[in-house]
Every structure is written in structure tokens, then in C-alpha cells.
Design a protein. Structure first.
Length: 435
């Protein structure tokens, strides 16, 4: 049988590309538009992965493409430190106005979510003159040294890459389906948050803690979504001890939960917010936005980078904000959330392998278990499900510490027909593994 182009390119990939960067599917994509990807052999895939949360406004959105082309014709790079440009300043102003908090804010840009996290921690340490950072179990913050150290899961992110950055302390997160405190919501009085005060007695003095960093909805950790009381309590504890609250919106931002930022669901005003992924519609850009007094603490020249806030990427991000707000794509995000919640509730009624449905807006997850009583993770079944869906033309991502959680990150521009077809493929796959 003649080899397909996909097979030939996979062979070349194995020969010439380092094995470290993983490939979730063997697909080699030739082009993509909206919520559909086409591989080099012409096979079409409905995209429920969205470039791991990067394509909220869709692949190759015309406004983003135009912004990139127009900017590339005029200016690709000066380095902001050498010659400023309007888009960096304009985008900073817009993000300062869009992020929660009725106080003066400032913004800086970097290239990736991990870089944003690194800079947020640098700013918090400089501003508070404290060394320690508190992170959470199941959390993911990136792969650079500090970000990897803050990340919880060992395989594949941390294994063999130590030693890690010091002065990082880890606490249980509000994972109600698998409560780390052995409690049951709502009778728990949010013990996972209250436990922080005890932690200050036995693990780290609060006067040594610069920041608490948390994802509002944990991404790689399984789309773990806290109860409504959790973040207000966390913010209260941080404020009490003079600790800065850093909210990592790298995956949950840019409208992914139906609000521009996920933390808006809980009415909390963080000291510092990190954004990336869908912020620039596929271009590499991240942002750190925070209270003016914290952002201005580091000395001139203490923050930055050669490519940080590239003009092409900034123009792409301005186009994304226009799409989300002027074209009312946030409304579509909320609509998708309603459709998915209804469909997933029906699936849970029919398939015992679904142990939990959680998330906000279209940032939803199905946690698959072998048995609803024991909650034993259905890891192999989840692998089979994603493979089956791939073969049927649906790209689907798993996540969670045990790889037993299915997450939805489809572009908001997905059509109703594409969404229905994708959900039908997912349900067909569930039928096959739920035996």
C-alpha cells in the first residue's frame, strides 16, 4: 500500500525532530479555518482542541489575518526597548480597562504564558520584598524554570528536570469531586481555603509570602472548577497578610468561560493577571496586567525581552478584542456554554463512565471513571475515546493528573452543524468505551 503524505511526514518527524515535544495526534495540518482543520492528505477534522485554547476566535479569523498582513507590511520588529510603537501602548491601555479592579493598572507584554508567569512572580517578589510563592495541586503554569516549579504534575512536565526553583509551597485546590480534605460541598465551609491559615503555622510564615498564584479554572489539571465561595475567601486571606494574588488566565481568558476573564465569575479583583493563548488569535503574545503600584515597582530595565510585545502580535491582539466585543463573540461563547452543558448533562444520564461534568461557559470537562462509587480514573478508556474520535474526524484533548478528563476548547465561531457533528462523534465514542 502506498504511504500517505501524513505517514511520510511522521517518518521525517521521527528522524529529524527531537522527541521531547509531544504530538497528541499524528495529524499534519495543511490549513485551517474557523473550527475545521485539514491535513496534508485532505482529511477534515472538527477542532475541539483549539490549539490548546489558542483559537477562541477561530483559525485564521479574517480580521486577525488582515491585522497581521497589514502590520507585516509596515513594521515587523524594532524591539520595544529600542523603538516604541503605538500598538503596544494601545493594547496596554485596553487591557488595563478590561481587567477587573477599580484602580489604576499597568501592563507589560511577553511571548508565552510561561514568560508571563515568570514576570508576574518577579514583579510580586520585587514589590513585596518577600521570597515565597504559594501554588496549588493540579495547577499548571508553564515549562520554564519558575513556571515548571509552580506546576504540580510530575510527568511529563517536571520529571528529570530538577532541581526546581526554591521557596515554592503547594496547597490543595478546591477539587470538590475529589475533595483533598475528605469533605463534601457545601457542608465543608470551604475547608481547602480555610486550611491556608494552618499552613502558615506549619509550612511558611505569611510574612515571607510574596504571592499566591492560581488558575481560576485549572487547565491541564482537569478543568477543576472551584465553588463560588472559594476565590473570595482566597482573596480575603491574601489581603489580610499583604500577599499579592496572581490569577493565571492563560487558558481561561479571552472569553473562554463566557466572560472576558474567568475570575469575573467570582467578583474578585486580583493584584496581577496573566494572559496568553487566545489573546492574539494564534500569534505568540502574553500579558501581565496589575495594580499600578506593583507593576511600577521593578526598576527601569528590570523587565522585558527582545521579542516581547512584537508589533505584529499586538495588532493581532487588538483584532481579537475587536472580534470579542464589537462582533459580540462573547455572546456566542455563552451560547456555546448553554448548549454544551445541556448536552453533557444528557450524556451523563446515559453513560455511567461520566463521573463529573464541570466548568463554566464552553470551558467544560467530562471526568471519566471506571465506577462512580469508587471514582477510579478511566485513563485507558479516555485514551481510547480520544483515538476513536480522531479516527472519526474530531480532535479532542484529555487532561487531568490521570489523563481521564475530556475538555472542550472549540473555537467560538464553530457552526451549529459542526458542533452537533462533533458532539455526535463524541457520544459515539462514549458508547464504545462505556461497556
Amino acid at each position: 500500500m502506498r504511504s500517505t503524505k501524513t505517514q511520510l511526514l511522521n517518518k521525517l518527524r521521527r528522524e529529524h525532530v527531537a522527541q521531547g515535544p509531544a504530538n497528541i495526534t499524528p495529524a499534519v495540518i495543511r490549513e485551517a479555518s474557523g473550527a475545521v482543520m485539514i491535513d496534508v492528505d485532505g482529511k477534515e477534522f472538527i477542532d475541539f482542541a483549539g490549539g490548546i485554547g489558542v483559537n477562541n476566535v477561530g483559525h485564521c479569523h479574517p480580521k486577525v489575518v488582515k491585522a497581521v498582513k497589514d502590520q507585516a507590511d509596515k513594521l515587523i520588529h524594532t524591539c520595544f526597548h529600542v523603538g516604541m510603537y503605538e500598538s503596544y501602548i494601545e493594547l496596554s491601555k485596553m487591557l488595563n480597562n478590561l481587567t477587573p479592579g477599580n484602580f489604576a493598572k499597568k501592563t507589560m507584554f511577553a511571548n508565552s504564558g510561561a514568560e508571563a508567569v515568570e514576570n508576574a512572580v518577579k514583579i510580586a517578589r520585587y514589590a513585596t520584598k518577600r521570597p515565597a510563592v504559594i501554588a496549588f495541586e493540579n495547577g499548571f503554569h508553564g515549562r520554564t524554570l519558575m513556571a515548571m516549579s509552580l506546576t504540580s504534575k510530575i510527568q511529563p512536565y517536571k520529571y528529570g528536570f530538577g532541581p526546581f526553583a526554591p521557596e515554592i509551597y503547594r496547597l490543595p485546590y478546591a477539587y470538590c469531586y475529589r475533595c483533598p480534605m475528605g469533605e463534601k460541598y457545601p457542608g465543608c465551609d470551604i475547608a481547602c481555603a480555610e486550611n491556608i491559615e494552618d499552613y502558615f503555622v506549619t509550612h511558611v510564615d505569611p510574612d515571607s509570602v510574596a504571592a499566591i498564584i492560581a488558575e481560576p479554572i485549572q487547565g491541564e489539571g482537569g478543568f477543576v472548577t472551584p465553588p463560588p465561595e472559594y476565590f473570595p475567601k482566597l482573596a480575603q486571606i491574601a489581603e489580610k497578610h499583604g500577599i499579592l494574588l496572581i490569577i493565571d488566565e492563560v487558558q481561561s481568558g479571552a472569553g473562554r468561560t463566557g466572560e472576558f476573564l474567568a475570575i469575573e465569575h467570582w467578583g474578585v479583583e486580583p493584584d496581577i493577571i496573566t494572559q496568553a493563548k487566545s489573546l492574539a488569535g494564534g500569534m505568540p503574545l502574553s500579558a501581565v496586567t496589575g495594580k499600578k503600584e506593583w507593576m511600577d515597582a521593578p526598576h527601569v530595565g528590570g523587565l522585558g525581552g527582545t521579542y516581547s510585545g512584537n508589533p505584529v502580535c499586538c495588532k493581532a491582539a487588538l483584532a481579537v478584542l475587536d472580534i470579542l466585543f464589537e462582533d459580540k463573540l462573547l455572546d456566542r461563547s455563552r451560547e456555546l456554554g448553554e448548549i454544551l452543558n445541556k448536552r453533557f448533562a444528557e450524556m451523563k444520564d446515559h453513560y455511567g463512565i461520566i463521573g463529573d461534568v464541570r466548568g463554566k461557559g464552553p470551558m467544560l470537562a467530562l471526568e471519566l471513571v471506571k465506577d462512580r462509587e469508587t471514582k477510579a480514573p478511566a485513563t485507558e478508556e479516555t485514551k481510547k475515546l480520544t483515538q476513536t474520535c480522531y479516527e472519526k474526524g474530531l480532535v479532542l484533548l484529555s487532561c487531568g493528573n490521570h489523563g481521564n478528563v475530556i475538555r472542550t476548547l472549540m473555537p467560538f465561531v464553530i457552526t451549529d452543524e459542526q458542533l452537533d457533528r462533533g458532539l455526535d462523534i463524541l457520544e459515539q465514542g462514549l458508547k464504545e468505551v462505556d461497556r
